[in-house]
Structure formats: structure tokens, C-alpha cells
Design a protein around this ligand. Structure first.
Ligand SMILES: Cc1cc2nc3c(=O)[nH]c(=O)nc-3n(C[C@H](O)[C@H](O)[C@H](O)COP(=O)(O)OP(=O)(O)OC[C@H]3O[C@@H](n4cnc5c(N)ncnc54)[C@H](O)[C@@H]3O)c2cc1C
Ligand code: FES
Length: 268
């Protein structure tokens, strides 16, 4: 884990209200893995305590700074919902922001898995794209990947063209304006038995709807979820991010954010 100044390289609005920002900070990218996160602290750079607390963001993508460079840059994907995300979206190339990372336990993919099911809603797509990219890098030995994504309507759907070409993309929208009409959990129910391993990130109601589906399936399959709680420190010091699991109280930032779905949402 390192604290570093991340220099903004570029920002793009990839769909209405949702931005991708690339940062240059090799110390934060070097050993980062899909499912891990950074704490973004825009006040620290200006010596300000506003905002008082940093905010957590999942690694979304990695790339090399140039063809000749071995330094990785990283991107975050976020919707503008409050002070920190507003500030992130308004920063310009060359601006710096203080960050701490990589933090937490990321996804754990078995080498032998050949069918990976990824399930996401909203900005929960961010770590799933990081996972899909990492697996796609294995080329001919890459597992098959199905990514199921849910949104209220077409204007909240992550663009298919941004995914690695190997990924089969399935979309559900609540109003039926794109893909299947319904919820992403309907797609999850269809693909669950196909998958060797499943990974999910999204809102709590999505997780709650997934656990009875896993229960009904009867095989108690492992589904790794990334949890979001409010976090003050991100490093296990403040005890502000408790998650109640079947295995006792855990800290989301340190023991997670990866948990087993049925440990947190038994769905019984
Ligand atoms: C491990 C982890 C990874 C995350 N990864 C991402 C990511 O990749 N992209 C992304 O956009 N966000 C991500 N988040 C959520 C992000 O940290 C918060 O949304 C953050 O509060 C935004 O800061 P803000 O100052 O813009 O908004 P704030 O002013 O903090 O919040 C604005 C409003 O959103 C509500 N809110 C805050 N946090 C959450 C939350 N977790 N869930 C639901 N509502 C919330 C607040 O109560 C408030 O009403 C992640 C959170 C965690 C814990
Ligand atoms: S955020 Fe402080 S202990 Fe987890």
C-alpha cells in the first residue's frame, strides 16, 4: 500500500453522468489487481480538510503509459453523485490528487476455471471490466466470459464496444429500452449453472436478489461479491466499515471488499 500523488491524464464521459479518468501514478498501479481499490483524497493535495474523508474507488482499467514504458497507468470509473466525484470530473490534465492504494482483497480466479460469469449494476461494472481485461490478456488460454449488466434504461447501459471482444455481453433494462426487459438477476439465474465461478458488484438489492437464486440452484455455488460500505480510512484503523457475515464481523476495507455472497446474504 502506498500514498502517492496521482496525476490526471485524461477524462471522458462514457455515458451520461458517468466518467472514466486515467491517472499516472505507477506506485498505485504496479501491484494492483481487479477488485482492489484506492482511497481518493482531493483535500490533501491542497492542504485542505474539505472534504474531510477520502472516498473509495475500484480500479477500472490499466494500461502502459507508452509503448516503450513499463509503468502502468490506471483508470477509475464513477458517476458524479457528490463532492468528491464532482471534483474528480472537473479536474484537468496535469492536476494532481492524493490517493492511497492498492487496498483490500480483490477477486480470486481459479486457474482451472473455464467459464466466468460477471454480474454488475451501475458503477459496479468498474471492477468487472478490470477482471475481464485481466482474463482476456491470457489470449487463447483465456476462459469464456459472460458479463451480465443491468440498468433502469438504455442511457445507463455500459457501452458494449468498451469491453474486450472475447466477452459475451448480456444486458437487461427495467424499461426494456435495451436488451432483455427485467433485472440483471434474471440473466444471472439463466447463466449460473454454466459458470465455474461467478463475480458480482452492484447495489445491495442486486445481491439480496441473487442469494435465493443460488440457494434454489442447490449446489451452494461460490459467488464472489464486492461490497461497498462507507469508509473513513480504508486500512482497518477506524472500524467504520463493519460487515456482518456468517463468519463473524469483518472489515470491508481489510477483510474485503471481496466476500462470499451467501456469507453476507444467506438468503434463507
Ligand atoms: C470498495 C469500494 C469501491 C467503490 N468503487 C466505486 C467505483 O468504482 N465507482 C464509483 O462511482 N463509486 C465507487 N464507490 C462508492 C464511492 O466511494 C461513493 O459513492 C462516494 O461516496 C462518492 O463520493 P462523493 O463525495 O462524490 O459523494 P458523497 O457526497 O460521498 O455521497 C453522495 C450521496 O451518495 C450516497 N452514497 C455515498 N456512498 C454510497 C454508497 N457506497 N452506496 C450508495 N450511496 C452512497 C451518500 O449517502 C450521499 O447521499 C466505491 C465504494 C467502496 C467502498
Ligand atoms: S474504513 Fe476504516 S476500518 Fe475500514
Amino acid at each position: 500500500m502506498r500514498r502517492a500523488r496521482a496525476e490526471l491524464v485524461e477524462t471522458e464521459e462514457i455515458y451520461p453522468g458517468t466518467f472514466v479518468t486515467w491517472y499516472d501514478a505507477p506506485a498505485l498501479a504496479q501491484h494492483a489487481a481487479p477488485g482492489q481499490f484506492v482511497m481518493v483524497d482531493p483535500g490533501a493535495e491542497r492542504g485542505s480538510s474539505d472534504p474531510l474523508l477520502p472516498r473509495a474507488f475500484s480500479y477500472y482499467r490499466f494500461r502502459y503509459a507508452s509503448a516503450a514504458s513499463s509503468d502502468r497507468q490506471f483508470a477509475l470509473l464513477y458517476s458524479v453523485i457528490g463532492r468528491v466525484t464532482e471534483r474528480m470530473a472537473s479536474m484537468r490534465p496535469g492536476d494532481g490528487v492524493d490517493m492511497l492504494g492498492p487496498l483490500g482483497k480483490g477477486f480470486d480466479v481459479r486457474r482451472t476455471a473455464s467459464n466466468l460469469l460477471l454480474v454488475g449494476g451501475g458503477v459496479g461494472i468498474a471492477p468487472l471490466v478490470a477482471l475481464a481485461d485481466a482474463q482476456a490478456e491470457h489470449g487463447g488460454r483465456a476462459p469464456s466470459i459472460v458479463l451480465c449488466f443491468g440498468a433502469r434504461s438504455a442511457d445507463g447501459v455500459y457501452p458494449a464496444e468498451l469491453l474486450p471482444p472475447q466477452v459475451e455481453y448480456q444486458v437487461a433494462t427495467e424499461d426494456g429500452s435495451m436488451g432483455r426487459q427485467g433485472f440483471v438477476t434474471d440473466l444471472f439465474a439463466e447463466y449460473l449453472s454454466w459458470a465455474d465461478q461467478s463475480f458480482a458488484c452492484g447495489p445491495v438489492p442486486m445481491f439480496r436478489a441473487m442469494s435465493p437464486i443460488v440457494r434454489r440452484d442447490g449446489l451452494n455455488r461460490s459467488v464472489q461479491i464486492l461490497m461497498e460500505t462507507e469508509m473513513a480510512c480504508g486500512t482497518g484503523l477506524c472500524y467504520g466499515c463493519a460487515v456482518f457475515t456468517k463468519r463473524g464481523v469483518k472489515l470491508c476495507c481489510k477483510d474485503g471488499p471481496r466476500f462470499e455472497l451467501l456469507d453476507v446474504y444467506p438468503g434463507g
